[in-house]
Structure formats: structure tokens, C-alpha cells
Ligand binder design. Structure first.
Ligand SMILES: Cc1cc2nc3c(=O)[nH]c(=O)nc-3n(C[C@H](O)[C@H](O)[C@H](O)COP(=O)(O)OP(=O)(O)OC[C@H]3O[C@@H](n4cnc5c(N)ncnc54)[C@H](O)[C@@H]3O)c2cc1C
Length: 363
């Protein structure tokens, strides 16, 4: 019997599980390691905060998906790998042996890059503790409507979260801090201007071109000396890598993301595969759920081929990802390469795509 261990129930692995449910791997025992019994779909998280969805509607339950795939679910977290012994070391003390390992554990938040963030900021990852923190924040905002909240991170996730909070907390004092001059750096200029105008319109103070340097119990200090008073600080500063893949000896890039070849196989350990934000593709792409989702089918096919000692098929990710950024009030902004659109129809488009994704793996 061969042993395949899937680390993390991320966007690519839910597809692998679905593929296994449709066509089981012969003579292979499959184990899924996940710290939580559900995968909260980040694309719908701002909609949960805005009050458009209950949390259950934004989550894929892993136990039924694993059961359909004939896979054992171990509810714990990988903390280290012993690649010589081919063991995963888990937070609950277990060692799980494998012949083949696939890693889709997503990104972490780089807490250490901002002094005091560990103690005083709520990090967007892990999403489960972020959800708990946001639930507390919303309860407090119900008591104190003018609550001051600062969000560090002017990318798509930070912008969406700011708009979602505005929708839910109309009188809160909201600040959004970004290191680029305009929000949504890297997306079309037209969209950045639109986001800027909407932030002003919704009374969200934009502090661009500055970095958060220190967070304490009273707010955030920026690198130009500005102080932003805030009762709550959210850290939404983009994808960072956990330490354990590089510590185990897997080939990683300078950021600690696992280097994989075009078949999603580790460039240093041929019995290890990786996909999603934790992976550094041979033809790199931005860290985004879209690319993690797209990696699911080639990952499933190549795990099957590797275990069956067949040839692997290279995967080439699409050049552009569709960005759909909700603005809280059932409107959304969209970007595809240099093109940009917005409107309530964009939100309905996003809503359909998001609901379909969750429903597909929850059926
Ligand atoms: C608010 C917000 C909104 C976003 N909206 C969008 C969007 O609309 N479109 C888009 O393309 N991208 C969006 N993103 C980015 C997107 O969330 C990520 O790119 C995507 O989640 C990456 O998918 P993944 O499969 O790599 O990891 P994840 O989705 O993070 O899944 C990783 C899984 O692994 C588990 N895990 C973590 N550590 C371990 C461990 N040590 N052992 C075992 N399991 C572990 C986690 O619990 C999780 O279930 C958004 C991000 C945020 C924060």
C-alpha cells in the first residue's frame, strides 16, 4: 500500500479530493492534514463581514469531502517535515509517514516585519482566528459605533476588507495604510483612481506611500512620523511563507516559498509536490486564489501519474488572473490585464463565481 499525505485543505487540494472521490487511486492510502474541519473561502470573507453571507455559506466542510475521497482526515497542523524518514511532524505530536507528499497550506502573515504586530494587530492569516477577531470587533462596534479601526495593506484584500467594514459599521473611523501611492498597486491605473475615489466617498482615510512601522495598544506609527489612533489594527500585508518547508531542506526561494517545476514537483525532492500560495512556480505568478484553484487539476493529474509511475505533464498557468474586488455595497471592481470595469453587475458576477466554487466542493 502506498501512502499519500495531503497537507492543507487549500484551493488546489479541494480539487485533488474531488478528483479522488471521482476516481480513487488504486492501492493508495490518502491522509489529509488540516488544522480546521473547514476551508473558509477567502473570496467570500469580505461578503461575510459586509453581512451578505452567513459564515457557513463561505466554507467548504472538509470531513464529507475527505470521506467521499476515501481519505482519512487528521485535524492537526504540520509543524515540521523529516524528509529523510518521510514523516510529517504535527502539532499534536503525531508523526505521519508518507511515500508521496503534497503541500497546499497557503500563506502566512509576516507578523515580525512590523514591531508590535504580534501583540497588537489582528493578522488576516490564519483566516479562522481572523474571523474570531472580526466577530469580536463587530460586537464592539455595535456598542461603540465610532470605533477606530486601521487596516495595514492597500492591496486587493485590504481594500475589500475596508469597504466591507464600512458597509457593516457605517460610523466607524476607518483608516487604510498602503506602501504604494495609490490603493490596488499593480492593477490598472483607472481602477486605482476609482478605488481612491470610492475610499474618499465612503470616509475611509487612505494613507498611501507610507509603511506601518510599529503597532501598539493605541494605534499605528507610520515611517513618516504620522500616528493613526486605532482601537483595532488589522494586518493584511500579503503572502509570506512559513519557516518549516525551508527548515526541512526543501528548495525554496528567498521568501521561503517551495520551488516546484512545471509539473508542480519540488525541484529538490521528487516525492514532494506543492501548489497554491506556498509554491514558487517555475514561471512565477502573483499569489492569488485564482492560480491556486487553477493548479488543482494539474496537481491531481500529476500526483496520480507519479504514484502510478507514469510521466508527469507540465502545467503552464494562464498569464492574467481575473481580479474581482467587492466594495461592500453589492458593487465590485474588476480587472483583467490592463482592462477594468465596475458596477453592481460585477458584484453579481463575483457572487455567482464564489457561490459556485463553494457549492461544487460541498455537494
Ligand atoms: C480577505 C481576502 C480576500 C481574498 N480574495 C481573493 C479573491 O477574491 N480572489 C483571489 O484570487 N484571491 C483572493 N485572496 C487571496 C487568496 O486568499 C489566496 O491567494 C488563496 O487563499 C491561496 O490559496 P491556497 O490554496 O494556497 O491557500 P489557502 O486557501 O490559505 O488554504 C490553505 C489551507 O491549509 C491549511 N493549513 C495552513 N497551515 C497548515 C499546516 N501547517 N498544516 C496543515 N494545514 C495547514 C489552512 O488551514 C487552509 O485550510 C484573498 C485573500 C484575502 C485575505
Amino acid at each position: 500500500m502506498k501512502r499519500l499525505v495531503l497537507l492543507g485543505g487549500g484551493h488546489a487540494h479541494v480539487h485533488v479530493l474531488d478528483a479522488l472521490a471521482r476516481a480513487p487511486l488504486p492501492d493508495t492510502e490518502v491522509t489529509l492534514v488540516s488544522p480546521y474541519p473547514q476551508q473558509i473561502y477567502s473570496g467570500m470573507l469580505p461578503g461575510w463581514i459586509a453581512g451578505h453571507y452567513p459564515l457557513d455559506a463561505c466554507a467548504i466542510a472538509l470531513p464529507p469531502l475527505a470521506a467521499r475521497a476515501g481519505c482519512t482526515l487528521r485535524q492537526t497542523r504540520a509543524i515540521a517535515l523529516d524528509l529523510a524518514a518521510r514523516d510529517v511532524l504535527c502539532a499534536d505530536g503525531a508523526r505521519i509517514g508518507f511515500d508521496w507528499l503534497s503541500i497546499d497550506t497557503g500563506p502566512t502573515t509576516a507578523r515580525h516585519r512590523i514591531a508590535g504586530a504580534d501583540a497588537h494587530a489582528l493578522a488576516v492569516r490564519p483566516i479562522e482566528s481572523f474571523v474570531d477577531g472580526i466577530a469580536r470587533l463587530l460586537a464592539e462596534a455595535a456598542e461603540t459605533p465610532t470605533l477606530a479601526v486601521a487596516i495595514i495593506g492597500g492591496g486587493a484584500a485590504g481594500v475589500e476588507l475596508a469597504f466591507a467594514l464600512r458597509q457593516r459599521c457605517p460610523d466607524a473611523r476607518l483608516s487604510l495604510i498602503g506602501s504604494a501611492a495609490r490603493p490596488l498597486d499593480g492593477l490598472p491605473r483607472r481602477l486605482q483612481h476609482r478605488a481612491n475615489a470610492l475610499l474618499a466617498d465612503r470616509r475611509i482615510a487612505w494613507h498611501g506611500g507610507r509603511r506601518a512601522q510599529r503597532v501598539d495598544a493605541t494605534g499605528v506609527a507610520l515611517d513618516d512620523g504620522t500616528r493613526i489612533a486605532a482601537r483595532h489594527v488589522l494586518q493584511v500585508t500579503g503572502a509570506a511563507a512559513p519557516r518549516w518547508p525551508a527548515a526541512a531542506g526543501l528548495a525554496c526561494d528567498d521568501g521561503g516559498f517551495i520551488r516546484v517545476d512545471a509539473s508542480l514537483r519540488s525541484t529538490s525532492h521528487p516525492f514532494v509536490f506543492a501548489a497554491g500560495d506556498i509554491a514558487r512556480y517555475s514561471d512565477p505568478r502573483p499569489k492569488s486564489g485564482v492560480f491556486a484553484v487553477r493548479a488543482g487539476p494539474p496537481l491531481a493529474a500529476n500526483l496520480r501519474a507519479a504514484i502510478g509511475t507514469e510521466a508527469l505533464t507540465p502545467w503552464r498557468a494562464q498569464r492574467c488572473a481575473l481580479y474581482l474586488i467587492s466594495t461592500g455595497n453589492r458593487h465590485a471592481l474588476a480587472a483583467w490585464g490592463p482592462l477594468a470595469w465596475w458596477g453592481d453587475w460585477v458584484w453579481r458576477w463575483k457572487d455567482r463565481i464564489d457561490r459556485r466554487f463553494v457549492a461544487r466542493f460541498s455537494a
